[in-house]
Write a protein that binds this ligand. Structure first.
Ligand code: ZN
Length: 300
C-alpha cells in the first residue's frame, strides 16, 4: 500500500453520497457528502468534488446502493438496476462518473465495500474471512475472503434469507414485497414502522419487540455462521445503535447454536466475535478507497 498516491472513494447510499480523497483512515485530505436527489444533480456534485484532485488520484472506488450490477463482465456493470427509488432505476452510475473523470474505476455493492473497508483497516483487519451485515432501511451483507468480496452468479443478498417466525409471538406477515417475512421483511426499519406505525428509533427500549428483533438477527447470524464460518461478524446500521442490541444478539446467537460450534470465539469470546464497525460511519467510504487501491494495484 503506497503512501505517495491518492485514491478516491465514493459511498453511494440511498440518502447521501459520501466522497473522500486519501489513501487510508489517517490520510483523508478531503471529504464531502451530497444528498441523493437525482442522478444528474448528485453525480454532478460528486464529479465537481473530485475534479480538483483528479491529476493526483490514481483510481476511484465506488460502493453503491443496490440492486447494483457489480459484475464487470455484464453489459450493465455499474448500473443501479431495479430500485424503486425515484429517478435511480436503471441508472448507469459508473458510466456517468467515467464520462467526466478519466481515471480507473472499480465498483461493488455498498455492503461488500463497507465489509472491505472493515477487513482492510477496521474490526476484521486480522481476519481472512469476515462478514459485514448492515441492518437499517434494508438489510444486506458482504462476505470478504482474503480482501475480496464474495460474488458468484450475482452479489450476495443476505438480507432476504428465510427465518422461522412464531405467529403467536409475531403475527406480522412481513414487509418484503418479494418474500413477505424474510429477514429484511421482518427486521429492517420499514418492517418495524409497518408493524407499529412508528419508527424503531421512537420505540421504547423496553418494548418487547426488541427481543424479537434480536432473535431474528441471531437466527440470521446462526445461518451465516453455519454456512460461511466467518472469523468475525461486524454489524452496522441504525438498529444496532441501541446499546442493548449487541449483548442481546450475542446471547441469542449462543443460545441458538447451543454449543454445536465448539470454538472459543463463540463459546468464550462472543463479544469479540460479533462486533460493531471499527471505522464507524466511514466503513463505506474507506472501503471504496480500499477497493480503488486493490483494483489499481492489480492492474500494474
Ligand atoms: Zn425479501
Amino acid at each position: 500500500m503506497s503512501a505517495s498516491f491518492l485514491y478516491g472513494g465514493i459511498e453511494g447510499g440511498g440518502t447521501k453520497f459520501n466522497c473522500a480523497v486519501g489513501n487510508g483512515p489517517d490520510s483523508i485530505i478531503a471529504e464531502a457528502r451530497f444528498a441523493t436527489t437525482t442522478p444528474a444533480e448528485t453525480i454532478g456534485q460528486v464529479i465537481e468534488f473530485f475534479v480538483p484532485y483528479a491529476d493526483r488520484i490514481r483510481g476511484i472506488g465506488l460502493g453503491s446502493f443496490g440492486p447494483f450490477d457489480a459484475d464487470p463482465a455484464s453489459p450493465t456493470y455499474g448500473y443501479i438496476t431495479t430500485t424503486p427509488k425515484p429517478h435511480w432505476g436503471n441508472t448507469n452510475v459508473l458510466g456517468l462518473l467515467k464520462e467526466k473523470i478519466n481515471l480507473p474505476f472499480a465498483a461493488d455493492l455498498d455492503v461488500a465495500v463497507s465489509g472491505l473497508g472493515e477487513a482492510t483497516w477496521g474490526a476484521s483487519k486480522n481476519d481472512s474471512h469476515s462478514l459485514y451485515i448492515t441492518i437499517g432501511t434494508g438489510i444486506g451483507g458482504g462476505y470478504i475472503i482474503n480482501g475480496q468480496p464474495l460474488r458468484g452468479l450475482v452479489s450476495l443478498e443476505m438480507g432476504h434469507i428465510r427465518l422461522a417466525r412464531d405467529p403467536q409471538l409475531d403475527p406480522f406477515q412481513g414487509a418484503c414485497p418479494y418474500h413477505g417475512d424474510c429477514f429484511e421483511g421482518l427486521a429492517a426499519g420499514p418492517a418495524v414502522e409497518k408493524r407499529f406505525g412508528q419508527k424503531g428509533e421512537t420505540l421504547p427500549d423496553d418494548h418487547p419487540f426488541w427481543g424479537l428483533e434480536a432473535g431474528y438477527i441471531a437466527q440470521a447470524l446462526v445461518n451465516y455462521i453455519l454456512s460461511l464460518a466467518p472469523q468475525r461478524i461486524i454489524i452496522g446500521g441504525g438498529v444496532m445503535q441501541k446499546d442493548f442490541m449487541f449483548p442481546s444478539v450475542r446471547r441469542k446467537t449462543q443460545e441458538l447454536l447451543n454449543g454445536y460450534i465448539n470454538h472459543t470465539m463463540i463459546l468464550n469470546h462472543i463479544d469479540e466475535y460479533i462486533v460493531p464497525p471499527a471505522l464507524g460511519g466511514r466503513s463505506g467510504v474507506l472501503g471504496a478507497i480500499a477497493l480503488a487501491i486493490e483494483s489499481t494495484s492489480k492492474k500494474l
